[in-house]
Design a protein. Structure first.
Length: 68
């Protein structure tokens, strides 16, 4: 299945090929981003990393950094 992802900040858009039964964490890993520091949004709403993703869906994947 193919999904569309917008990487933030500043990473642009990508079409990502995922296997059947993929979840949001698979999308994050396919983008080369760490699952522990990423937030996935579908339709502007946060999505749990274990939530299934569907063919043709559009996601925003945000790298969340913190520091002191």
């Amino acid at each position: 299945m193919r999904v569309h992802a917008r990487r933030m900040p500043g990473g642009g858009a990508a079409q990502v090929e995922l296997g059947e039964g993929a979840v949001a964490a698979d999308l994050v890993r396919a983008l080369g981003m760490p699952t522990a520091a990423s937030l996935v949004l579908r339709g502007g709403r946060p999505l749990p990393l274990d939530a299934p993703v569907g063919d043709g869906e559009v996601f925003d994947v945000i790298y969340v950094a913190s520091g002191g």
